[in-house]
Design a protein around this ligand. Structure first.
Ligand SMILES: *Cc1c(COP(=O)(O)O)cnc(C)c1O
Length: 376
């Protein structure tokens, strides 16, 4: 079965009790025992397992080519579970332009005190090698393309370096989705998603998921953290995510096409200093992205000439593109990352990050152009 078909069918047969084609939403928290005390359906209590959540997990495992998927209440809950559940606790090597939520986890919660985080620019494989070897690194956290600098990391090479040092390599695949990039095929030990983004696809659910290959040492710890620590994905969010998955391959195609056009238009504008997007032939990540992805995604950043003030002025003049955080939905969103992330941000002052949505690309371009034209 091909990916497009899996996205619609895996985990979801026609409901045998009613013939329903669309999967039922099971909100029940508890399930009846038989007279003999056993659970004839296999379900007991929703924190342990729920039919709608199981269906979402089965679909995600199939799309990533994994063995199991474990769904959490958010992407951050999934990340926290991987950090707490990886077998050798200690040093964790992370990207220096890591997703900002990980920095907050380090700075604002007990996780920062319990683990030793080592940031490194993973495009530099020698630097990664040095960071990983010679110390008891348990986990290498890979994000590609990265946020907000849209850097591309060589997944196969990074996983090999991690594994040779005895560490697990986990890839945050939120931005690429399994449609464009499948890290398990490049040797990753697990794949993580914020399903809040492209998988849901409509900015209306929050969930996270980790997919593990057969025999993964992460599988049991993650399942136990899900059950017993309890940050499980809600049945309704799983149901919405399953609905989103059906159109994920089609949406990604449209997202990618729109982003390429928007990147070209921005690149040609006189007030834009630089466009960060691996789909552009002269982007430093272009060749690598062409090798390990089947499309360049729809997240891009551009640097406005004139710094923070000019960037804020451009964002302020937009009429269609929404000034809001997050990404991966039908609405195009824009954000000035330096002001969101604060003094530790690696985002240049003039950088605006765009999640190119599913509006007509020319309308997105027209909006950006009128906003940029307003600069002196
Ligand atoms: C949004 C996001 C997360 C966190 O997911 P939540 O669902 O917001 O908790 C993690 N990684 C990346 C790359 C993201 O974009």
């Amino acid at each position: 079965m091909r990916l497009q078909t899996k996205a619609i069918h895996i985990g979801r047969g026609v409901d045998p009790s009613t013939g329903a084609v669309s999967i039922p939403l099971h909100t029940s928290t508890t399930f009846e025992r038989g007279a003999d005390g056993a659970f004839p359906s296999g379900f007991e209590y929703t924190r342990d397992a729920n039919p709608t959540r199981n269906a979402f997990e089965a679909a995600m495992a199939a799309l990533e080519g994994g063995h199991q998927a474990i769904a959490f209440s958010s992407g951050m809950a999934a990340i926290s579970a991987v950090i707490e559940g990886h077998p050798s606790r200690g040093r964790i090597v992370v990207p220096d332009d890591m997703y900002f939520g990980i920095r907050s986890l380090m700075d604002e919660t007990d996780i920062g005190r319990r683990f030793d985080f080592v940031p490194v620019d993973m495009r530099d494989l020698d630097a990664l090698h040095t960071a990983v070897t010679g110390a008891d690194t348990g986990l290498v956290w890979i994000e590609t393309p990265s946020n907000p600098l849209i850097r591309v990391v060589d997944i196969a090479a990074a996983c090999q370096i991690a594994n040779e040092a005895g560490a697990l390599a986990v890839v945050d695949n939120t931005w690429a989705t399994p449609v464009l990039q499948r890290p398990l095929e490049f040797g990753a030990d697990a794949v993580m998603h914020s399903a809040t983004k492209y998988i849901g696809g409509h900015s209306d659910l929050m969930a996270g998921v980790v997919v593990t290959p057969e025999g993964s040492p992460l599988e049991r710890p993650l399942r136990m953290i899900q059950r017993h620590k309890g940050s499980v994905a809600a049945p309704f969010d799983c149901w919405l995510a399953l609905r989103g998955l059906q159109t994920l391959p089609l949406r990604m195609e449209a997202h990618c096409e729109g982003a390429r056009k928007v990147a070209d238009a921005l690149n040609a504008h006189r007030h834009v200093k630089q466009v960060l997007f691996p789909g552009l032939p002269d982007d430093p990540g272009h060749a690598l992205a062409t090798r390990q992805m089947s499309g360049y995604g729809a997240m891009l950043s551009f640097i406005v000439a004139g710094g923070a003030e000019a960037a804020m002025a451009v964002a302020g003049r937009l009429r269609l593109i929404v000034r809001a955080t997050s990404l991966g939905g039908a609405h195009s969103l824009i954000e000035h990352r330096a002001s969101v992330e604060g003094p530790k941000s690696m985002a240049p002052a003039g950088l605006l990050r765009v999640s190119v949505g599913l509006e007509h690309p020319q309308d997105i371009i027209d909006d950006l152009t009128q906003a940029l034209d307003g600069l002196a």
